[in-house]
Design a binder for this molecule. Structure first.
Ligand SMILES: NC(=O)c1ccc[n+]([C@@H]2O[C@H](COP(=O)([O-])OP(=O)(O)OC[C@H]3O[C@@H](n4cnc5c(N)ncnc54)[C@H](OP(=O)(O)O)[C@@H]3O)[C@@H](O)[C@H]2O)c1
Length: 325
């Protein structure tokens, strides 16, 4: 099978395309023929070895010292089950599935354990749409519901609302019944309103930290702001959610607020489960969540897809059409 390979951290030029032996599913695994896969900020980080701050060492210990431990990149996928191990009953050959595999999705075939983050695709949903949603929706759901404890009627601020996680955070917060304010650039206003934002703060003209209101949950997807930035704009028992943790002061914010009954800072590394993917499938099926698709590239042009993501000029999920010639 054809697979992308990254042996060393670096620029998109480090990505190669190679012929590899097809993987064989173990007794509890599925063999999936991959149809579509996005290139996410997570994929970019792993390719570049971009682990900021004190995560520089932790990231390399976890992901591989001089290059990614998993040579085949790609963390999200959709495709068709080609074969199943002897103990697999939930999935059958021919099933359309999607999910989060951590790695190995930028290849024609991947194996994933039947109990991990893989679920059936909803009827009528394309492979591209199904592959696009697990990264953003699979992050926004646990962040907003578990960490943020968002309840109907609460006020939620999404910073970076037009980004890879932000686009889904707006939709998930809306689905949870929140009143959603989005922070984005002027030319992204129409998009975030279409995704469900009730109100918009335009970065160019207004600093949300100086806004004349407070929120129950502030979800910073930009990795730019701190708990101290958010506190004056948080309700007395509000939650500040951050996707990135790279400074010791950020760690201290988590620790010192963890037992507080008042304002709290929260952060986690999302490891999606099968239940998460089933829930994402439900959101897709009901139309509560939809992807915003950016450009699509064949697998052979994965490096160009990474360049496109890095250009920051594209709006929407950058996709790999794995079965394209
Ligand atoms: N903890 C976890 O489990 C987890 C899970 C998923 C992702 N992540 C991390 O989360 C981060 C975000 O991922 P993503 O895919 O959403 O990235 P992204 O697509 O780059 O989105 C970040 C957004 O923040 C905006 N932004 C940047 N600076 C800003 C500022 N000063 N004020 C307001 N908005 C600002 C960006 O806008 P412009 O581009 O227009 O400037 C962009 O819309 C990445 O670092 C990723 O690695 C963590």
């Amino acid at each position: 099978m054809r697979a992308a390979i990254v042996n060393q951290y670096g620029t998109p030029d480090t990505i190669e395309l190679a012929e590899r032996p097809a993987p064989t599913p173990g007794p509890t695994e599925l063999l999936v023929r991959v149809h579509a896969s996005p290139v996410t900020q997570g994929d970019r980080r792993v390719r570049a070895g971009d682990f900021p701050g004190f995560m520089a060492t932790v990231g390399r210990l976890l992901m591989g010292w001089s290059g990614p431990r998993a040579a085949v990149p790609g963390s999200m996928f959709s495709g068709v089950v080609e074969a199943v191990g002897a103990q697999v009953t939930r999935f059958q050959p021919g099933d359309r599935v999607f999910g989060a595999s951590m790695d190995s999705a930028h290849a024609e075939l991947l194996v994933i354990d039947h109990a991990k983050a893989v679920a059936h695709m909803p009827e009528g949903v394309s492979f591209t749409d199904a592959a696009a949603v697990p990264f953003g929706a699979g992050t926004a759901l646990p962040y907003l519901r578990e960490l943020g404890e968002v309840k109907p009627g609460q006020r939620v601020l999404i910073v970076g609302a037009a980004g890879g996680v932000g686009r889904y955070a707006v939709q998930v917060a809306r689905h949870l019944g929140a009143r959603v304010t989005a922070v984005c650039r002027r030319d992204q206003e129409e998009l975030v309103r279409a995704l469900g934002a009730h109100a918009v703060i335009l970065r160019e003209s207004t600093d949300w930290r100086e806004a004349d209101e407070t929120w129950d949950v502030i979800f910073d997807t930009s990795d730019v702001f701190t708990f101290e930035d958010a506190r004056p704009r948080l309700a007395p028992e509000g939650r500040f959610l951050t996707l990135g943790l790279s400074t010791w002061s950020g760690v201290w914010d988590l620790l010192r607020s963890s037992r507080s009954s008042g304002q709290r800072a929260r952060w986690t590394v999302v490891m999606n489960s099968q239940a998460d993917m089933e829930e994402v499938a439900g959101l897709l099926a009901s139309g509560a969540v939809r992807p915003v698709l950016g450009p699509s590239f064949p697998l052979a042009h994965l490096a160009d897809a990474h360049r496109s993501l890095e250009s920051r000029a594209v709006e929407g999920d950058v996709m790999i059409d794995v079965i394209a010639a």
